[in-house]
Design a protein around this ligand. Structure first.
Ligand code: FAD
Length: 435
């Protein structure tokens, strides 16, 4: 049987290697630790959790809980190890990170089909089915190789803007329009008058920021390119009013006038249920984002599906490059998995590893790819990576906003989420039965 190469024994690579090995195929798993560590990795073990030890909510009717349940039902190694090493954490599934990593490392190294190769991979294998899962902190030489292969489409960013749900916006205080009426009312605009802007500005420049580690700002050029809104604001009282909050070309239909400042929201998904705050990359602490951005009238009750975050990242412009089975369109034997495909989060990364691993096997066996329905969390995340319509593609974590809505609308949020979860698990079972 053909051997599959997997690069990186992080969250995604460990899961991918396991899935391939369990299907009966030999795997060569390359990991650069302990010879070489990224600036954030510290331990020699596999599936290292570099920051929080929480794998987010456990309840099946939460987005993160649903993702884990889907993975559980697909025999995920990482979820099994997490369940075994869980520590008390309220409603979350948090783990003892050392024991978690130990269990994953043991399962992988003892698997008869997996051969672990220690050392940095500096070249993408020229042939054979390969899964690249070297993560957001991929070593520089390999990152360069991937950039060359992808035609320069490898992105680096230091900050991301928050994403809010459409239904939580106060549309009494917003209007849809494109600047100078160009485009199809593509943006939701949140206007502010002078008093509102002044109060917002004061709060923004004095809000509490999250700590930044040295490695996060290694690349000052990129840092300048996606400057956090609070840093830009500090340059002057009106700097952001001439930048992301500029009101030119927009008229508030309620007043017939140009507002003093405007925050624009741009859609994240084809269903237009999620919107990002344009130009609002930020490093404010999460509760501060809610408080300060909540001073923008249209965002008073906004529900955040992702807060703005700031750290170094390496990810592909996946919608231009990848199929929904995580293989490369121009080189179908080459799969990508993990954070670098444009999913965001530990379990999201592992879930893409699971699907990339399964699909690598199907490629070897000449079977059609396993594409999960977009009503499932895993399927929807894969769809985001392969087909996001956003011009400015950004990684996405599990959230209910990316699933197709259920009609008729269920008003009660708890009931709605429970229904979305039930539908996802039913659809997953049906797909796996026929796979
Ligand atoms: P990783 O888990 O990083 O695995 C990649 C592996 O590849 C590593 O073991 C690395 O050593 C290895 N490798 C890299 N280059 C090579 C090479 N050339 N040859 C061989 N091996 C190589 N998500 C959360 O859910 N919660 C958090 O708290 C969180 N905090 C984060 C903090 C930071 C600073 C960053 C950058 C990301 C964070 N994330 C967090 C996002 C993401 O979930 C994690 O980065 C996650 O580990 C990604 O999984 P992965 O498998 O894609 O990459």
């Amino acid at each position: 049987k053909q051997t599959v190469t997997v690069i990186g024994a992080g969250l995604a690579g460990s899961e991918a290697a396991w899935q391939i090995a369990q299907a009966g195929y030999p795997v060569r798993l390359f990991e650069m630790k302990p010879q070489k560590f990224s600036p954030a990795h510290k331990s020699a073990g596999f599936a290292e959790l570099i920051c929080s030890n929480s794998l987010k909510a456990a309840r099946i009717d939460s987005a993160a809980g649903l993702l884990k349940e889907e993975m559980r039902r697909m025999d995920s190694l990482l979820v099994a190890c997490a369940d075994k090493t869980a520590v008390p954490a309220g409603g979350a599934l948090a783990v003892d990170r050392d024991r978690f990593s130990e269990l994953v490392t043991k399962a992988i190294t003892e698997h008869p089909n997996i051969e672990v190769m220690h050392g940095e991979v500096t070249e993408i294998p020229a042939e054979g089915v390969t899964v690249i899962a070297s993560g957001p902190l991929t070593s520089d030489t390999l990152a360069e190789q991937i950039t060359n292969l992808c035609g320069g489409a490898l992105s680096f960013f230091d900050a991301a803007a928050p994403i809010v749900t459409r239904e939580s916006l106060d549309m009494e205080h917003c209007f849809t329009a494109s600047r100078y009426d160009k485009g199809d009312d593509d943006y939701i605009n949140c206007p502010m008058n002078k008093e509102e802007y002044d109060a917002f500005y004061e709060a923004l420049i004095t809000a509490e920021r999250a700590p930044i580690h040295d490695f996060d700002v290694m690349n000052p050029k990129v840092y300048e390119g996606c400057m956090p809104i609070e840093v830009m604001a500090q340059r002057g009282h009106d700097t952001i009013r001439f930048g992301p909050l500029k009101p030119v070309g927009l008229r508030d239909p309620r007043t017939g006038h140009r507002p003093w400042a405007v925050v624009q929201l741009r859609t994240e998904n084809a269903e237009k249920t999620l919107f990002n705050l344009v130009g609002f990359q930020t490093n404010l602490k999460f509760p501060e984002q809610k408080r300060v951005f909540g001073m923008i009238p249209g965002l008073k009750n906004a529900e955040y599906m992702r807060y703005g975050v700031m750290h170094r990242n390496t990810f592909l412009d996946s919608p231009k490059l990848l199929n929904a089975d995580f293989s490369m369109r121009t080189r179908p034997e080459l799969f990508f998995a993990g954070q670098m495909t444009g999913v965001e989060g530990y379990m999201e990364s592992a879930s893409s590893g699971l699907l990339a691993g399964r699909n690598a096997v199907r490629r070897l066996e000449g079977k059609a790819p396993l594409i999960l329905p977009i009503t499932t969390m895993m399927g929807s995340l894969a769809e985001h990576a392969a087909h996001s319509p956003s011009k400015d593609f950004q990684p996405m974590g599990a959230n209910f906003g990316i699933l197709p809505v259920i009609e008729p609308h269920i008003r009660d949020k708890k009931e709605r989420y429970a229904a979305l979860s039930a539908r996802a698990l039913e659809d997953l079972a049906e797909t796996l039965k026929n796979a």
